[in-house]
Ligand binder design. Structure first.
Ligand code: GUN
Length: 293
């Protein structure tokens, strides 16, 4: 069994990005600029956004954090989105999800100029991805593809099972794994809360991507010997031994599953760091106007 070290790969990719940014600045080009909007004080969102701002520093990007209290109106948020769309200094921006219940997330996502949508959530980017056109690709699935590539994991002709059908992980993950590319060329099955016989589906899989948000869902008796296991879960579970009072739990019962795998991602330190790194990659592409002029 080989552990997939997402933290190490992410550090390496960020150094590669930083070198490209240094060369851009050397040539007199503009430093890429990422803006992030954070609404409210959700613990997870605070942590993720702080990590994104820090990663910008490492990559040599300019970053701007815009904060609102959770009682902000949708109208005010949409006005800020319009302002960022029109700000020539901002190359790309994100609105951290989830948003408070009174705000329609889809309205906000669709208000973002797709050319600055470095999260890859806008329907134009999602649509372009699904037919294999250049676009901003959703960060978590893109980070997973990068891990498969850098660990030389064979995907062609393999059976992949994606657990979870969210718009930001499950659906784009399935699209990328089935695309005519390397990595890609998988035969993909998506499983969800209404799938009959999830265990049998998993037992046939050469690659399992677990993105359900259910701690420890994937057990040893669901995994074929030699399978590749990618764990996207990051549920906060109470843990009195930790200073924070919680620990992150993946969707895979790591201790019992790991001995059966050829490759497995740990939680934390697997997919998580790659997600932020993919956002950095998209920001670099936005700054270079490499996808859209
Ligand atoms: N919430 C959880 N993951 C993400 C992400 O990748 N982008 C944004 N904007 N919000 C998230």
């Amino acid at each position: 069994m080989q552990l997939i070290d997402g933290k190490a790969v992410a550090e390496q990719v960020k150094q590669e990005i930083a070198a490209q940014v240094a060369a851009m600045v050397e040539r007199g080009e503009k430093r890429p600029h990422l803006a992030a909007i954070l609404v409210g004080h959700d613990g997870g969102s605070e942590t993720y956004v702080a990590a994104k701002v820090k990663a910008c520093e490492v990559c040599g990007f300019k970053s701007t954090l815009i904060r609102y209290e959770s009682d902000i109106t949708e109208e005010t948020l949409l006005a800020k989105v319009a302002e960022l769309n029109n700000d020539p200094d901002v190359d790309g921006f994100i609105v951290q999800l989830p948003l408070p219940k009174h705000i329609n997330e889809q309205h906000v996502i669709e208000a973002i100029d797709y050319r600055k949508d470095v999260d890859g959530f806008h329907p134009i980017n999602v649509g372009r991805m699904s037919i294999g056109l250049p676009c901003f690709i959703s960060a978590t699935p893109n980070g997973i593809m990068e891990l498969l590539k850098r660990y030389n994991i064979e995907t062609r002709g393999k059976k992949a099972v994606v657990l979870g059908r969210s718009n930001i992980v499950g659906k784009p993950m399935a699209s990328l794994l089935m695309q005519k590319a390397n990595p890609g060329d998988c035969t993909v099955t998506i499983c969800h809360s209404h799938t009959a016989n999830i265990k049998e589906e998993c037992l046939q899989a050469d690659i399992i991507v677990a993105a359900l948000g259910q701690p420890g869902f994937v057990k040893a008796d669901m995994v074929k010997e030699g399978a590749v296991i990618i764990d996207v879960g990051t549920t906060r579970v109470p843990d009195a031994t930790k200073k924070s009072g919680f620990r992150l739990s993946g969707d895979v019962q790591f201790d019992e599953v790991a001995p059966k795998c050829s490759f497995i991602t740990p939680v934390p330190g697997g997919v998580g760091p790659m997600t932020i790194c993919s956002l950095m990659k998209n920001t670099l592409l936005a700054g270079q106007k490499a996808i859209y002029k």
